[in-house]
Write a protein of this length. Structure first.
Length: 435
């Protein structure tokens, strides 16, 4: 399996991503960016420190080791302190057996396969490792980051929240941040970092991982439940009744809020976003910018268009205020601020009932690209978009079929005006994917 992906390097530790290739990746990254200083951070996976050590071991350069941190904290250090290069050791929301490397350049902009990862892949095949002595400087930026991420957050009333960190890195960071903004954390689920992830996969996009959080919110009468993924760049929110709030509803609310306070601004949405996201941008007189799925594509569009906000269905939320990066902690704090100011429950209920959808269908399948080509031919007489996979527009809904950029799966998202129309579209799509 190729570890060099669309916007990061990722694979099963020791089987696909081993220490020898990691050493070569470190050297290749330094050669590509021609830098003598690299910021490096890592998540709590058991393999993260060995990978971090291997990545730096053959570099005769300055390494700023910022320790076990969230990915947004890592972005903050690279962008805020004007560093030229950085590497974050993480496999984000994937199972414990995986690990990976996110590579960034100035302003913490991620390298993609087209803008550097492909070249690194080529270089690793030519590199002959030599002995080196990196100059490692260990420095913590956690307190600086918490001060920065909370400085403009003002809650109008105290809110009671329950958080679920999935045994990822966010526990120690999030609990400190919430306490600084008039927010009472009445329970913290799985907040101790544990790279084995013994309680559930650190992926809040999977509804099954939220069951304990939903139960606790109801039991303890919390205002909200907040779930982070393993490296702190994804977010899910549960309302005061224990019901999951769809991420595109959160995107819509953020859009309204930012456009009310910054009229006529630009907001980036994804090809797999619900219709409600773009409709809210339009209704609030904003300018909607369409992007492919994936953080590097969103950030690129945001920077190009100087957009104030961008959001993904997967729970990545991007802000101009955070150097255009996806920061789940900042998103949670900002949502709490809006929630403390406004009555959102009626708005959430209204948006929840506008269209019918279910969580993204994810199918392990060979020949993903051939399947998409087949769908292009089958639905050639329909209105379609080929920006990212194929999106097919029906009279009363749409379906998007695309290859995941980070996993070996085919992702299918369907939305319709009601359940009956949804099932019709689903049956048609699945039939043509399976046969």
């Amino acid at each position: 399996m190729n570890i060099f992906k669309a916007y990061d390097i990722r694979g099963i530790y020791d089987k696909e991503l081993n220490l020898d290739i990691t050493k070569k990746i470190g050297v290749a990254f330094q050669k590509l960016l021609k830098t003598k200083e690299i910021v490096i951070g890592y998540d709590c996976r058991l393999s993260s420190i060995p990978i971090k050590n291997a990545f730096t071991s053959n570099l005769n350069h300055k390494i700023i080791d910022i320790g076990q941190v969230s990915t947004p904290l890592f972005y903050y250090v690279v962008a805020n302190y004007n560093k030229k290069a950085g590497a974050m050791i993480t496999a984000s929301h994937l199972e414990a057996k995986y690990n990976g490397i996110k590579l960034v350049k100035k302003i913490a902009f991620p390298l993609t396969y087209e803008t550097g990862i492909k070249e690194i892949e080529k270089l690793t095949k030519k590199i002959k490792l030599k002995k080196a002595k990196p100059r490692i400087i260990k420095k913590s930026f956690i307190d600086n980051y918490i001060k920065w991420v909370t400085k403009n957050i003002k809650l109008k009333k105290e809110l009671k929240v329950i958080i679920d960190c999935g045994n990822g890195v966010m526990g120690p960071i999030a609990t400190k941040a919430f306490k600084k903004v008039n927010c009472k954390v009445i329970s913290c689920l799985y907040c101790n970092p544990n790279g084995k992830f013994p309680n559930h996969t650190p992926n809040p996009l999977l509804n099954d991982t939220l069951k304990k959080l939903q139960k606790e919110v109801n039991l303890k009468k919390a205002d909200l439940g907040i779930a982070f993924d393993g490296d702190g760049d994804r977010l899910r929110i549960v309302n005061n009744k224990g019901k999951i709030i769809d991420n595109d509803i959160i995107n819509a609310i953020f859009s309204r809020y930012y456009l009310e306070n910054n009229p006529k601004n630009k907001i980036v949405y994804c090809i797999n976003s619900s219709n409600i996201f773009k409709e809210y941008i339009d209704e609030n007189e904003g300018f909607a910018i369409l992007a492919k799925v994936g953080h590097s594509y969103i950030k690129q569009k945001m920077i190009q268009n100087k957009a104030i906000f961008g959001g993904e269905y997967s729970g990545h939320f991007y802000f101009k205020d955070t150097f255009y990066h996806d920061d789940a902690l900042y998103a949670a704090l900002k949502f709490l601020e809006i929630y403390s100011e406004q009555e959102l429950n009626n708005e959430i209920n209204y948006l929840s009932n506008k269209y019918y959808t279910i969580p993204e269908l994810r199918i392990n399948i060979k020949n993903k690209d051939l399947i998409i080509k087949k769908l292009e031919n089958k639905f050639k007489n329909y209105k379609t978009s080929k920006l990212d996979g194929i999106k097919i527009y029906f009279e009363k809904g749409w379906a998007l079929v695309r290859s995941s950029h980070t996993e070996d799966i085919l992702s299918i998202r369907i939305e319709a005006i009601n359940k009956k129309e949804f099932e019709k579209i689903k049956k048609l799509i699945i039939k043509n994917v399976r046969n």
